[in-house]
Design a protein around this ligand. Structure first.
Ligand code: C2E
Ligand code: MG
Ligand code: MG
Length: 299
């Protein structure tokens, strides 16, 4: 009928728009399924928040110099009642699109700070906790106040909180983002540039950024064992970070060869399966209580 025809045409239009406009698309039943499953996912995500289905796993970082833990990153997972543990790349994009990420991200920060303060109070070695921010959170007017409130509620020292942002988050409204980051830095919180090396087109932005460290993306090659072609890229990224006196973390270090390569290049810290995989909090507590919590430095 007319209704169905118009509604299907709108679906086709939406597809054409998503593909950069100025093109056409024929409606197909598959598009409908896609929209239905998206709507279903959105509803499920709204419920997930209410039902406390989000959980955090923690992945420690280690110092290349002495092998000790320098901090741990909080990584969100969705404990889905039927699908089991769902990784973040399957739901973060929709959380961002719908704006739900602001609320979920606030919970991540609160829970991560609470957990870090608890570990510290128990005498376990967690010098800092890293939390990933999303673009929406960085744009939100309440971020600075949220961080201040979270630190106060958890009792965590500001210097123990590290916020990870990505280069792409600075593409829109960079001035406002830098103002927010500067306010956070003044509070004593540190800021790291995540996935460094995957998004740069304009290097001059680095000069004015209130960041204290970079995390060299796994895609840059530390995770690609024996990829000689990428080696100059990583050296350049490390040299750039060194020139700005930034703390350098290599992500996705899985093997002893990658660890050695990272060390040779002058990377300060590593995060990756070689040292530890992301773990649920209970497992992390046990791990912190054992000697595994030190990376061998003479390998
Ligand atoms: P990221 O912040 O760059 O996190 C590192 C990702 O690399 C994690 O994936 C981690 O499990 C994975 N990883 C770590 N070491 C290794 C390794 O040695 N080998 C391999 N192959 N992978 C390794 P995960 O947990 O699936 O997270 C993916 C991304 O989702 C994160 O990338 C981050 O951008 C985003 N994310 C996770 N939690 C949050 C959150 O609470 N808020 C926001 N906004 N984003 C989050
Ligand atoms: Mg990260
Ligand atoms: Mg990363």
């Amino acid at each position: 009928d007319v209704h169905e025809l118009v509604s299907n045409a709108e679906i086709a239009v939406r597809h054409a728009r998503d593909q950069g406009r100025n093109c056409y698309h024929f409606y197909s039943a598959g598009m409908h399924d896609e929209i239905r499953s998206r709507l279903l996912l959105e509803t499920e995500l709204r419920n997930a928040m209410l039902r406390n289905e989000f959980i955090l796993h923690y992945q420690p970082k280690a110092s290349c110099a002495n092998g000790r833990i320098t901090g741990t990153e909080a990584l969100i997972r969705w404990q889905h009642p039927r699908r089991g543990i769902v990784p973040p790349d399957q739901f973060i994009p929709l959380l961002e699109e719908t704006g739900l990420i602001v609320q979920v991200g606030r919970w991540v920060m609160e829970e991560a700070c609470r957990q870090a303060a608890e570990w510290q109070a128990a005498g376990l070695e967690i010098p800092s906790i890293s939390v990933n921010l999303s673009a929406r959170q960085l744009q939100s007017d309440t971020l600075v106040a949220d961080v201040a409130a979270t630190l106060q509620n958890s009792g965590l020292t500001p210097a123990c909180l590290d916020l990870e942002i990505t280069e792409s988050m600075l593409m829109h409204n960079a001035d406002a983002a830098i103002r927010t980051l500067t306010a956070l830095k003044q509070m004593g919180v540190t800021i790291s540039l995540d996935d460094f090396g995957t998004g740069w087109s304009n290097l001059s932005y680095l000069a004015g950024l209130p960041v204290s460290g970079v995390k060299i993306a796994r895609e840059m090659g530390f995770g690609e064992h024996g990829d000689e072609i990428r080696r100059p890229l990583i050296s350049a990224a490390v040299a750039l970070a060194q020139a700005f006196d930034l703390d350098i973390v290599a992500e996705g270090v899985e093997t002893v060869e990658q660890l050695q390569a990272a060390r040779e290049l002058g990377v300060h810290k590593i995060q990756g399966y070689f040292f530890a995989r992301p773990m649920p909090p209970g497992q992390m507590t046990e791990w912190l209580q054992t000697t595994h919590a030190v990376m061998p430095v003479d390998c």
